[in-house]
Design a protein around this ligand. Structure first.
Ligand code: ES4
Ligand code: ZN
Length: 327
């Protein structure tokens, strides 16, 4: 089959991956043992059996429990390195990875442990895999704006280790407006801005992320098709959407891959990209997302494969000169 080969072999960027969501059960058990952390599941098989999600919150509860095994700089570095090796095998040449410092600060892990560990793996990815890797700090939207502001201030001494900030966790009931001041402050610090919006939340959350937070990309954003005006706006501005098809099916945003609106988003002229979100939990890394999605949607062919790869570089935060070498 030529299309799966094209999808697997084409160079690409990954722009929506939560590094804590790349923690495979085997490594989770290894770190739990090493750190003396009780996981609450007797085996890898029992843990995997718990990965039966009904919505975003049912996933997040298990995802935060899994992150509890991460304590040392070496833990963060080992987790991220495993992802970079896996990504390089998928022909990912550039990755912008999300991390959730509040999940770790809450457990007494200093933010510098998190940032130093991830940063070390990122430098190794460049040196040994030729994969350029950048970090994006995400605020947890279920926590307060004050907590996010404290987190930003704690992170700013490490400002040169990350390129932007994002917004993730429970979307409904936590609209973008809640974080207006954190994003204004991040903008003043010269950071890139992104936010999850329109995954489970309404199109109005996408508009607020653009107008109030002034984000440059929308993570997920798939519910934009419910608003024709918003769809036109996103197409005209080429505001990227980082779409995660396997995630959307696992969290029941769409019933099946065959019902995903990726073809409609591409046909409307949006700068859509495909990404893995939380690959250890949702059943596949980037190439698995691409191959399964294209197999389920016969409207998608070589032209769309090329468009997605091109969009991934266009949507990335690499300097223009480096972008020109890719697109
Ligand atoms: C997430 Cl799929 C998704 N949505 C929102 N927040 C998240 N954190 C990790 N994965
Ligand atoms: Zn996400």
């Amino acid at each position: 089959e030529r299309l799966p080969a094209l999808l697997r072999l084409m160079p690409k960027a990954e722009l929506h991956i939560h590094i804590e969501g790349s923690l495979e059960p085997e490594l989770m058990f290894k770190l739990a043992e090493r750190n003396g952390v009780q996981l609450g599941y007797p085996s890898v098989a029992a843990l995997r059996a718990a990965y039966a999600f009904t919505d975003l919150q049912s996933f997040l509860d298990i995802y935060y429990a899994g992150a509890s095994v991460l304590l040392t700089e070496a833990d963060f570095s080992e987790m991220a390195w495993a992802y970079f090796e896996r990504a390089a095998a998928d022909k990912v040449v550039h990755a912008e990875i999300f991390f959730d410092p509040q999940t770790h600060i809450e457990r007494g892990v200093p933010i510098e442990t998190v940032i130093k560990g991830l940063g070390q793996a990122a430098r190794r990815a460049q040196a040994e895999l030729g994969l350029s890797a950048k970090l994006i700090l995400c605020f947890l939207r279920h926590l307060s704006e004050a907590d996010a502001l404290r987190t930003l201030e704690a992170a700013l001494p490490w400002r040169h280790h990350f390129i932007g900030v994002g917004l993730d966790s429970s979307e409904c009931g936590h609209p973008p407006e809640k974080f207006a001041r954190v994003f204004a402050r991040s903008r003043e610090a010269g950071l890139h801005l992104v936010a999850h919006a329109g995954e489970e939340g309404p199109p109005a959350y996408i508009e607020a992320a653009l107008d109030v937070l002034q984000v440059e990309r929308i993570d997920h954003g798939v519910r934009c098709t419910e608003s024709p005006a918003l769809l036109l706006r996103l197409a005209a501005s080429r505001t990227p959407l980082t779409v995660c098809p396997l995630s959307n099916v696992k969290l029941r945003v769409f019933d099946t891959l065959a019902r995903h609106n990726l073809p409609a988003l591409l046909a409307a002229g949006l700068c859509v990209t495909v990404n893995s979100d939380d690959p250890a939990y949702f059943g596949g890394y980037l190439n698995q997302n691409l191959v399964e999605t294209f197999a389920a949607l016969p409207q998608l062919g070589a032209a769309e494969a090329y468009a997605l790869a091109r969009n991934s570089f266009e949507a990335s935060f690499v300097p223009a000169a480096q972008k020109a070498a890719w697109v």
